[in-house]
Write a protein that binds this ligand. Structure first.
Ligand code: FES
Ligand code: FES
Length: 153
């Protein structure tokens, strides 16, 4: 076990965990930030996506020891009141079906729009297609990313 100081959603946390513990388990089990979901556990679905210094990363395969002083943002910290343009667009388009994959979808979309505020349809598909949705909400995801892009202008 080792002690790690983490910067998450603008707050400092300390945890005592094994160095290879995935960030996902620290978030969910140690810190109670359960908005980030576990699905495949092998970086293949995107359900566990968080931001590390603004970049989308898969927290199920990111050892806590690799996080260091990097700033972690989870779905709980994306905005203060759930009013990030991506969250607003998601609600307006009513994207979610079961909802399980959606925190990861939103975090991926927010990172995509930060890098590329006006993505083309192809760029949206390319940026989002590694996030799996078993309910097949892909059409609405694309529509919501376009709406969020328009809202951010
Ligand atoms: S749970 Fe991390 S990518 Fe699937
Ligand atoms: S909304 Fe059900 S898995 Fe995506």
């Amino acid at each position: 076990m080792a002690n790690y100081k983490l910067q998450i959603n603008g707050k400092s946390y300390e945890v005592d965990v094994e160095e290879d513990t995935p960030l996902l388990w620290v978030l969910r089990d140690n810190l109670g930030l359960v908005g980030t979901k576990y699905s495949c556990g092998i970086a293949q679905c995107g359900a566990c996506t968080v931001h590390l210094n603004g970049e989308a990363v898969r927290s199920c395969v990111l050892p806590v020891s690799a996080v260091k002083s990097d700033k972690v943002t989870t779905i709980e910290g994306l905005s203060e009141n759930g009013d990030h343009p991506v969250q607003q667009a998601w609600e307006e388009v009513d994207v979610a079906q079961c909802g399980y994959c959606q925190a990861g979808q939103i975090m991926t979309a927010a990172a995509l729009l930060k890098k590329n505020p006006s993505p083309s349809d192809e760029e949206i598909v390319e940026g989002m297609n590694a996030n799996i949705c078993r309910c097949g909400t892909y059409h609405r995801i694309k529509e919501a990313v376009k709406l969020a892009s328009a809202k951010s202008k």
